[in-house]
Design a protein around this ligand. Structure first.
Ligand code: CMP
Length: 138
């Protein structure tokens, strides 16, 4: 089990001023921020990042939403980082997420769900290197 994962604090969270609250929650859960950037994703970046969902009916709207405003991307470190972040985020659909999870507290809908987290160690590695050089992880 790797000790790194990757997150995006999504446009709805940044727009509503929830970035600080979400980072505070992640730090309280024992995550250390190794890399952090504020970005406005280009259409190309969003399409490439979410390439596995290209054939899904929600893909076009997802790209539109993810490019609708700035996001924060971060590389996080903690023991069992991938499964722990997924637990703290809650279910994809905020309506189905457990009480106290980030998506329950801050998400609006299955699309505008506040935060992304890697779903496997391999994807965590790929997603971190999509946005960060190894020298930017400190
Ligand atoms: P994320 O964990 O970033 O991975 C893919 C994203 O697609 C997901 O969060 C949601 O933002 C979005 N998504 C997943 N399922 C649906 C759906 N059924 N309808 C709309 N958006 C979705």
């Amino acid at each position: 089990m790797s000790n790194r994962t990757f997150t995006i604090i999504k446009p709805d969270s940044v727009r509503k001023g929830n970035f600080g609250k979400i980072i505070t929650k992640l730090e309280a859960e024992g995550f250390r921020v190794r890399g952090l950037k504020k970005l406005h994703l280009s259409q190309k970046q969003a399409e490439s990042f979410y390439g596995v969902h290209r054939e899904r009916q929600f893909f076009k709207d997802l790209v539109k939403y993810m490019t609708s405003g700035p996001v924060y991307v971060a590389a996080l470190e903690r023991e069992d980082a991938v499964p722990h972040l997924r637990k703290v985020m809650g279910a994809t659909d905020p309506a189905k997420a457990d009480a106290g999870t980030i998506r329950k507290d801050f998400g609006e809908s299955i699309e505008q769900n506040a935060i992304h987290g890697s779903d496997s160690d391999d994807n965590a590695k790929a997603e971190i290197s999509f946005f960060f050089a190894e020298s930017e992880l400190v």
